[in-house]
Design a binder for this molecule. Structure first.
Ligand SMILES: [Mg+2]
Length: 261
């Protein structure tokens, strides 16, 4: 346990939050096959029993997917759509969360996404409540040379229509602007009142939260390293290796809070 984390864990109320894919669960080629790392899941159950801990999973998945993927998890905050769709541990939706605006051009951008996917074998389009995700993990290497210009053209069209663009691990998402994972953590903090927040993530849309929490002395940002992502351009409070590394850190945190270290 590193010293600054030890002092954070002495806070009287702590929010421990995590991204899901690549952080609590290994990345898989079919997103629907994702399963939480069993060790990480076990630590989540330990932490759920500690009264001063509030747990949150903050993901880019849809609310329905996140609920399914996390069915083995104890009740906790689940925030889907990169911060836009929250669900409290009791299943309720907090009234204070801003509703996303309904965009006029969502259908048009979605049709462009379908057209884009039709040009690349293995590519898929995921329709989400706030936009579309273009997945290209399964596009074979020999078909990839034409991918960057085609994706860039779709991104440019989406940006002209007022959407925001999130580039993830072998996925590009366009979505209506609004809440982010970091603003979602701040909203939960306002509702729950922790003195300190800990968050771990592995991808582009996690960077803001990991950076802001790393800058803050009372909070803790964890970067989950992977071969697909360059190191962040700031120094996170801690770097771990994949979901297994995050599970080990969660184990240390749980043991400390249970008074076993
Ligand atoms: Mg992730």
């Amino acid at each position: 346990m590193i010293p600054s984390l030890t002092s954070i864990l002495r806070a009287s109320r702590i929010l421990i939050a995590s991204d899901f894919d690549g952080t609590l669960a290994p990345i898989v080629s079919r997103p629907s096959d994702a399963v939480a790392d069993p060790h990480a899941l076990a630590q989540w159950h330990r932490l759920a029993k500690i009264p001063k801990v509030t747990l949150a999973i903050v993901s880019g998945r849809s609310a329905v997917e996140l609920e399914t993927l996390c069915s083995e998890f104890p009740p906790c905050w689940k925030v889907a759509d990169h911060g836009k769709t929250p669900r409290a541990p009791d299943g309720s939706t907090p009234a204070s969360w801003p509703q996303a605006r309904n965009p006029e051009h969502l259908g048009k951008v979605g049709m462009s996404a379908d057209l884009l996917a039709s040009q690349f074998p293995g590519a898929t389009v995921e329709s989400k409540s706030h936009g579309f995700a273009f997945h290209f993990r399964n596009v074979p290497a020999q078909a990839r040379s034409a991918l960057p210009p085609a994706v860039d053209a779709w991104i440019a069209e989406s940006q002209r229509a007022g959407f925001e663009v999130l580039k993830g691990r072998e996925v590009v998402e366009i979505q209506i602007p609004g809440e982010t994972k970091y603003s979602a953590l701040q909203r939960i903090a306002t509702l729950v009142g922790p003195q300190s927040t800990i968050f771990a993530g592995d991808d582009t849309t996690d960077l803001e939260a990991v950076r802001e929490l790393s800058i803050s002395d009372k909070d803790f940002g964890v970067w989950v390293r992977s071969p697909e992502r360059p190191l962040p351009d700031f120094t996170p409070d801690q770097m771990v290796e994949g979901p297994q590394g995050w599970a080990l850190l969660l184990e240390s945190i749980a043991s400390f809070l249970e008074g076993k270290t």
